[in-house]
Design a protein around this ligand. Structure first.
Ligand SMILES: Nc1ncnc2c1ncn2[C@@H]1O[C@H](COP(=O)(O)OP(=O)(O)OP(=O)(O)O)[C@@H](O)[C@H]1O
Ligand SMILES: [Mg+2]
Length: 495
C-alpha cells in the first residue's frame, strides 16, 4: 500500500481518501515514506499544492447527509447523478444510447426520480422509473417489466429487446458512461473552511482523482443549497467547459465537479496564499510597484486567455484573483456569477455594483467588454492597495455618478503613468471602444518587462526593512504561505 504524504500525492489502490488521510494524520500512525519514495512509487502529477500546515482529524467537516442511493446505482458507470435533461441529451449521440440520472426534488412538489434517458429516432425519451413496495421488498418497473433492482430492470429490457416507451418506440442499446471528472462525494473530504462568498463556502479538502486514483489536495467550493436551479445548471455547464478546455498558468484549474448528490461541489486547484484582495490589504503600503506590475500582467494574461476561449467571467475583481504558493495570480470564479438572476430580485444590493459597466447597470448587458470595464476596476484595486472602489460612495451613489454624471475614478498618484494610459479605454462608455483583453495583456507585460530592471535596481539600493508607504520589498517572513481563513470581508454583493 502507498500512502499520501504532505507534498506528495501517491496512488492508493482500492482505498478511499478518508482511510488514507485519517491514517496519515493520526499520531503514531504509519509514517511518511522515505524522501524520494520507494522505487515503485509512481511520479505524482504536479497538479496540487499541499497545504503547508498540519491537518488534524478533528477539523474534518462532514458534508450534509446525502440522499441515499442504492450502492448498485452509485457504482454504476452510466449513472450521471443530478444532471439536467439538456445535458443528458447532449451526452447521448446515437440512437439507442442511454444513461441513468436523477432529478432534483422540486420545491413544493418534492419527489426525486431516477430517470432513464435514451436517444430515439428523431429525439429523446426520458422515462422516470416507478417504484413500489410489495411484501417489504422494493420493485422498480417500466412498461410491463418489473424487477428488484434498476440494473435488473435495464438488463431485462436489453435481453428482451423490449422498448422502454411504446409511444415513442425507444429502445436501449448502449450505455453511455459518465465522464471521469464527475467526482463522487464519498471521494472528497472537507477539512476546514477557508472562505465564503456569494455562491457558497470554500474548504480546504482532499479528493481521489478518478482517473489516476491519486489523492490530491484541493479547494472545494460548496454551492449554496438555496442557489437557484438556473444558477446550478449554469454552474454545471461552466464547470464542464472549464474542465475540458481551460488550462492556463494564470487561471485556476478545475479538477472536477461532484454532481451525483447534493450539495454540488466544484473541486479546484488549491491556491494556498488566498485572495489578492486580502494580500493587498494585509500588506498595505508594502506591496512594491514591481509586484503590482507583475500582478497586473499576470491577471491580464489569465483574462486574455479566457477571452480567447470566449468565456465571459462576469465577476472580475481582486477578490477573484487567487495566489499560488509562489504568489502567482490565478483567475478564479469565471462564469459563475448569476447577476441576471439576482437582478430580477430587484435587489441592487446583491450586485457587485462597483465593478459593473454602465451597460450592465442599466440594461443588464454582459459581454467580454463588460469584463474589460471590471478589469479596469481591478487594476485600480491593485494600485490602491485593495481599497474599495469609489471610496466613500454607496452602491446607489456610485451608480448615479457613473450613469448620470459620467464620473470615473482617479488612479492613486504612484500608479505608473503607462498603466493609467493602458487602462484608459476600459472605462469608455461605449463598449466597442474598449480594447480587447488580449491587447491589454500585451501592453501590461511590456510595461512590466520594461520597468523591471529599473525597479529592481531601486529596490537594491533602498534601505532595508521598508516602512509602510515606501513600496519596498516584502520581507520573506511576511509573505503568507499557508491557506489561512480569510478575514471575512463583507461580500461585494452585500454592500
Ligand atoms: N481555489 C482556492 N484556493 C484557496 N482558497 C480559495 C480558493 N477559492 C476560494 N478561496 C478562498 O475563499 C475565499 C472566498 O472565495 P469566494 O470565491 O467564495 O468568495 P469571494 O471571491 O470573496 O466573492 P465572490 O463570491 O464574488 O467570488 C477567497 O477569498 C479565498 O480566500
Ligand atoms: Mg470568488
Amino acid at each position: 500500500m502507498e500512502l499520501s504524504t504532505k507534498g506528495i500525492s501517491m496512488k492508493v489502490p482500492n482505498e478511499t481518501a478518508k482511510d488514507v488521510v485519517i491514517r496519515e494524520v493520526l499520531p503514531g500512525g504509519a509514517g511518511p515514506p522515505p524522501p524520494g519514495g520507494s522505487k515503485e512509487t509512481p511520479t505524482p502529477p504536479p497538479i496540487a499544492t499541499p497545504p503547508q500546515e498540519e491537518i488534524k482529524p478533528k477539523e474534518i467537516i462532514d458534508l450534509p447527509p446525502t440522499i441515499q442511493m442504492p450502492l448498485e446505482i452509485k457504482s454504476c458507470k452510466f449513472y450521471h447523478g443530478i444532471i439536467p435533461r439538456v445535458d443528458a441529451e447532449m451526452t447521448l449521440r446515437f440512437v439507442g444510447d442511454y444513461l441513468l440520472r436523477r432529478t432534483e426534488p422540486k420545491e413544493g412538489i418534492g419527489g426525486q426520480y431516477l430517470v432513464i434517458s435514451v436517444k430515439r429516432e428523431g429525439g429523446y425519451v426520458h422515462v422516470p422509473l416507478s417504484q413500489e413496495k410489495e411484501g417489504g421488498k422494493q420493485f422498480y418497473f417500466m412498461t410491463t417489466v418489473k424487477e428488484n433492482t434498476v440494473l435488473d430492470l435495464i438488463d431485462a429490457h436489453l435481453a428482451r429487446g423490449q422498448p422502454i416507451s411504446t409511444t415513442w418506440n425507444a429502445y436501449l442499446r448502449k450505455p453511455v458512461n459518465r465522464s471521469t471528472w464527475i467526482i463522487a462525494h464519498e471521494d472528497v473530504i472537507l477539512y476546514k473552511k477557508i472562505g465564503s462568498g456569494a455562491f457558497g463556502e470554500v474548504f480546504l479538502a482532499r479528493m481521489v482523482d478518478p482517473t489516476s486514483e491519486y489523492v490530491l489536495d484541493c479547494a472545494v467550493k460548496k454551492l449554496k443549497l438555496e442557489a437557484t436551479m438556473e444558477a446550478k445548471l449554469r454552474f454545471m455547464k461552466e464547470a464542464r467547459m472549464m474542465r475540458k478546455t481551460y488550462k492556463h498558468k494564470h487561471v485556476v484549474m478545475i479538477f472536477g465537479i461532484a454532481t451525483l448528490n447534493s450539495p454540488l461541489l466544484i473541486l479546484m486547484e488549491l491556491c494556498p496564499n488566498g485572495s489578492l484582495i486580502s494580500h493587498l490589504r494585509k500588506n498595505k503600503g508594502r506591496v512594491t510597484i514591481l509586484e503590482k506590475l507583475r500582478f497586473s500582467a499576470e491577471a491580464s494574461s489569465g483574462l486574455a486567455y479566457l477571452e480567447k476561449m470566449n468565456c465571459m467571467h462576469r465577476d472580475v475583481a481582486a477578490r477573484n484573483c487567487l495566489l499560488s504558493s509562489k504568489n502567482e495570480i490565478k483567475i478564479s470564479d469565471f462564469g459563475l456569477a448569476d447577476h441576471k438572476g439576482m437582478a430580477i430580485d430587484h435587489s441592487l444590493d446583491k450586485l457587485p455594483i462597483k465593478w459593473l459597466a454602465p451597460e450592465t447597470m442599466q440594461d443588464k448587458i454582459y459581454s467580454l467588454k463588460s469584463d474589460i470595464w471590471a478589469f479596469g476596476i481591478m487594476i485600480w484595486e491593485i494600485y490602491s492597495d485593495g481599497e474599495e472602489p469609489y471610496p466613500g460612495l454607496s452602491n446607489v451613489q456610485t451608480r448615479a455618478k457613473i450613469v448620470v454624471h459620467d464620473y470615473r475614478m482617479k488612479f492613486p498618484e504612484e500608479t505608473p503613468i503607462e498603466v493609467v494610459q493602458v487602462i484608459d479605454t476600459c472605462w469608455n462608455k461605449n463598449p466597442d471602444k474598449r480594447l480587447t483583453m488580449g491587447a491589454h495583456a500585451m501592453a501590461m507585460q511590456q510595461i512590466y518587462e520594461t520597468k523591471m530592471p529599473l525597479l529592481i535596481n531601486q529596490m537594491m539600493t533602498a534601505p532595508q526593512n521598508p516602512v509602510a508607504g515606501t513600496n519596498g520589498p516584502i520581507p520573506p517572513e511576511q509573505v503568507p504561505n499557508s491557506p489561512q481563513p480569510e478575514p471575512q470581508e463583507p461580500s461585494a454583493f452585500l454592500r
